[in-house]
Design a binder for this molecule. Structure first.
Ligand code: NI
Length: 150
């Protein structure tokens, strides 16, 4: 039996969004199911990224909907290189109705694990790099509204 469930996305003002998430050391079916549910929740909400904290789970993992690679799950990500700082528009599923311009690297190389714990190194460009940076900020309790440019 296989199905995905839609989870509740917590909103700005909820103190959980300001917590630091902890490293993931569990790559069991329970975590795979959570990742599946995060994906379903993101897609149903027309988002391009969702971090576990946004569904109330303080794990360092996120699901990205990238232009270049499709769905990418990043677990315990670490930025290895970042360049091409640019300002671009962003929003967040936890901050409905708010959008604004944020300065971020538009080329990032990230080391992370997949859902089976296997290590990967991947380079994200443009909007994908923005998405990756935005979701990694969630893992440290940072929201894009903290970084708005004039
Ligand atoms: Ni967000």
């Amino acid at each position: 039996m296989f199905y995905m469930a839609r989870l509740t996305i917590i909103k700005e003002g909820n103190p959980l969004l300001r917590k630091h998430s902890k490293p993931v050391d569990d790559f069991s079916p329970r975590v795979h199911e959570l990742l599946d549910d995060m994906q379903e929740t993101m897609l149903r909400a027309n988002g391009v990224g969702i971090a576990a904290v946004q569904v109330g789970v303080l794990y360092r993992m996120a699901v990205l909907l990238t232009d270049e690679f499709g769905i990418v799950e990043i677990i315990n990500p670490i930025i290895k290189a970042a360049k091409n700082l640019r300002v671009a528009g962003e929003g967040c599923l936890s901050c409905p109705g708010i959008s604004g311009r944020v300065r971020r690297p538009h080329l990032v190389t990230v080391e992370f694990q997949d859902r089976n714990g296997q290590p990967h190194t991947q380079t994200f460009r443009g909007r994908d790099a923005v998405c990756c940076g935005h979701e990694m900020d969630h893992m440290d309790g940072i929201l894009f509204i903290d970084k708005l440019q004039n």
